[in-house]
Structures are given as C-alpha cells and as structure tokens.
Write a protein that binds this ligand. Structure first.
Ligand SMILES: Nc1ncnc2c1ncn2[C@@H]1O[C@H](COP(=O)(O)OP(=O)(O)O)[C@@H](O)[C@H]1O
Ligand SMILES: [Mg+2]
Length: 421
C-alpha cells in the first residue's frame, strides 16, 4: 500500500518503522518527515492541505496517517475526506477534545465521565469565587493549545488568582487563555492510555507511563517527554475495565450523539485516585514518546489497523500485542527545553552485540541529514527503545543502546521506568 504519514517526530518515525516491518511491502511518504525518514520513503514539502490532498490523489496513496495535533485541529481530516480520501485521525470538530479544554470538560460533565470538579469561565470574578471553594493546590488551565505549558498547579490561592488574571488578560497565552478552567487538584498517580477508534469500535493499547520532567527523580522543568515504558504494572484488569466502561465507551457514544464521531487515537490522561480512574484530559493523537514504545509491541499489522479504523471497520480485525515490555529513553540536545542548540553530528557505533541488535532500535526525531550525515537539530533528537521479557531487561537494553549513540551535548534521564522497578 502507498501510505502518507503527516508529521516529523519520533512518533511518526516509529509508525513508519512498524509499517515497514510488516510482511507486505509498502511505499511511504512523509509530510514533512525528518532527516531519517528520508531513508524510509519520500519526504514531501507541500504545506497546503488542499494541495497535499491533490498529491495523494494523483499518486494513488491509499491511506494517510496524521501524527501531531496541529493539523487535526486545523481540519486536515475534513479536507481529505471531502476529496473522498482515506485518512486516519479525528475531524476538526472531534479534535476539539484536545483543542479546547473547555469543550472537553463540558463534554465530560455532560456525559457523566469522571473528571476533576471544575468551573469554565472567561469572568475573573467567577474564577476567583470558585477558587474559594477549593483547597490548595489549585489547578488553572488555559482553554486552547499551549504546547504543554498551559496548566498551572498553584500552591496557594493567591498564586491561583495570579495565574487566572494573567491567562484571562491574554498575557500568558494570548487567545488560548481567554477562557480558563479552574479545577480541584487530584492526588494520585498518572497513566496514559491509548484507544485506536473508528467512531464506534476501538482497540485499547497497553497502558504506558511517561516522564515529563527533564531530570532524574522527576526534577527540573516540564518537557514534551523524556522517556516512557509499557505495559505498566500499575494497571490491572480491573482498572482497564473501569477505563473501558466509565471513560472510553461513554466518550465514543457521546461523540456520536454530538454528531462528531471520534475516529483516530484517543489519548486519555488519567489520574488514578484511590483505585479509581479520573480523566485529566484527552489528546487526539499518540503521545510522543509513548508511540515509540507501543508500535514495537504490536505484532499484528499496524497499517491494517489504521486502515480499518479509517474506514470504520475495526470490528473486523483482531489486534495482537507482544508479551514483552518496551522502554524508550529520549536523548535530547544540549539546550532542551529552553532553546535551540547548535546542530551536532550524530555518531552511532556499529552494533556488534547480538542482544542489542535483536532487542533495541532507534526512533529518530529532531534530526536533519546533510551530505549523508545525520545531525541533531531539534530538542528531542531520538529515542532508544529496548524490548525485553521484564521491564528491567528492556530498560537495561535501551540504556546499552544509548551508550552507543554520541552527539555533542546529548542529554538523557538515567531513571526511566523507575516507578515499575
Ligand atoms: N486536576 C489535576 N490534579 C492534579 N494534577 C493535574 C490536574 N490537571 C492536570 N494536572 C497535571 O498537569 C499536567 C498537565 O495537564 P493536562 O491537563 O494534561 O494538560 P496539557 O497536557 O495540555 O498541558 C498533567 O499531566 C498532570 O500532571
Ligand atoms: Mg497532558
């Protein structure tokens, strides 16, 4: 099959890698891709979605997979579907589950899906008044997309009020903060779950845990994610069942009722409080680096799963997962997440250890290619993934692989998956 993947990160690289490992032969295109995807297929530079849809038609591309949220919120799926093309991802309207926290919270409330008690408002008085009903810490969230920076956990009422004022005045996040959510703080442990959905049916993937902070022991600033592992032993069958019945089923049914059936990846941010799963938020695409560890755990055809999901036929297939564990370690550039770093050449040692060869690989993200050489030129440069029969084995292998990758200023956490060891 000819397949187009939209995006340029390690997430998209890992989807491509899984597809190229299938028995059938596929031809891949990327828009825009990165310096490593160019060796897996053709990188395109067609920014306009109508022109891209035209290219897809002319070249007989049968399936498009959208990685990041921005094109979804911009409506790329609607544009492709209007042209009769098969594309995996939510419509512009359904993407509001991620694009607007106000839409998401109101949806959760309307369909009785467990979530933190909240108020949604553009009035400073109402927001302040609601904070008085909460005990600190207090959570303040900007409505729109803020690149993962729009949530403030205020330690005092005064801090919460400052955050509210700065968001509503447009000072913090411009228009994305013109409406806010103020909500109660949930004390528990966090999980990410991913359901591949076709509007009606869904496939739940193994639960993952990621590591947002830059430094070991969960210190330092927040990042896009410094590592992840799956499946996590923090989830048992009972918890999966609760997530299915209380969150995923009512979400798919509710979105159908709203006239915006959810197709694509439903990424559920969950806080487990006293054994009960509470919805923190939805995203409408795979997490990165979670995708990099989930893709290698899939033993059935990934392209078929996306194709069936995009054509409302998920019920026809059985998706299978490996019994192994996967651990992914992000290697980031020197100044991440504060700013850009000088591009640095990436040297990967030849693998001569059979165990590393068989059970590890690299998913490339922020890399460019110049004269055949790979350079680290983004924040998160690559992810070393290890597989194993235990989390420890998978993790040790991933770190062995990290030891073979060199570039000036490389940064990584040394404690990924600590919660599970
Ligand atoms: N109600 C809450 N109680 C405790 N922590 C929260 C709450 N809401 C969000 N958080 C924390 O803030 C992080 C970011 O919030 P989230 O809603 O996922 O927004 P985003 O990913 O868009 O920044 C979460 O991963 C979680 O650690
Ligand atoms: Mg989040």
């Amino acid at each position: 099959m000819k397949i187009l993947i939209i995006g340029n990160g390690g997430r998209e690289y890992s989807i491509a890698r899984a597809i190229l490992n299938e028995k059938e032969v596929h031809e891949l295109f990327f828009m825009p891709g990165n310096g490593a995807t160019s060796s897996m297929g053709t990188n395109l530079n067609i920014k306009d979605y109508n022109a891209l849809a035209e290219f897809v038609k002319e070249n007989g591309i049968e399936l498009t997979i959208v990685g990041p949220e921005a094109p979804l919120v911009d409506g790329v799926v609607d544009i492709f579907k209007a042209q009769g093309l098969v594309i995996f991802g939510p419509s512009k309207e359904a993407a509001q589950l991620e694009g607007s926290k106000v839409y998401m919270k109101n949806f959760l409330a309307k369909y009785n899906i467990p979530t933190a008690r909240y108020i949604e408002t553009d009035s400073i008085e109402k927001a302040f008044k609601f904070t008085e009903t909460l005990t600190a810490p207090i959570v303040v969230k900007a409505d729109g997309l803020c690149g993962g920076k729009g949530v403030i956990i205020a330690q005092t009422h005064d801090e919460a009020k400052i955050a509210i004022s700065e968001m509503l005045s447009g000072k913090s996040f411009g228009d994305a903060g013109r409406k806010v959510i103020v909500e109660e703080y949930l004390d528990g442990y966090e999980l990410s779950m991913f359901a591949v959905c076709d509007g009606k049916d869904y496939i739940l993937l193994p639960a993952a845990q990621d590591h947002k902070r830059l430094k070991d022991n969960d210190e330092g600033p927040n990042t896009g994610g410094m590592g992840a592992y799956a499946p996590t032993p923090l989830v048992d069958e009972t918890l999966y069942q609760k997530v299915r019945e209380r969150i995923i089923r009512p979400t798919l049914d509710g979105m159908q009722q709203e006239g915006a059936p959810f197709e694509g990846v439903l990424f559920i941010g969950i806080m487990v409080v006293k054994g009960e799963p509470i919805t923190l938020e939805f995203n409408v695409r795979f997490g990165d680096p979670e995708c990099e560890i989930l893709m290698p755990l899939m033993t059935s055809s990934v392209s078929d799963m996306f194709y069936k999901a995009a054509t409302k036929r998920l019920g026809e297939i059985k998706v299978e997962f490996s019994k192994q564990y996967a651990v992914g370690i992000v290697m980031a550039s020197a100044n991440y997440p504060y700013g850009n770093s000088t591009p640095a050449e990436i040297i990967v040692d030849d693998v001569c250890h059979t165990e590393i060869e068989a059970y590890t690989h690299i998913s490339y993200a922020g890399v460019s290619r110049v004269d055949g050489k790979l350079y680290a030129d983004g924040g998160r440069v690559l992810v070393c993934v290890g597989l194993g029969d235990t989390i420890k084995e998978a993790r040790d292998r991933a770190y062995m692989r990290c030891g073979q990758v060199h570039f000036a200023g490389k940064k990584l956490r040394t404690d990924i998956a600590y919660q599970a060891l």
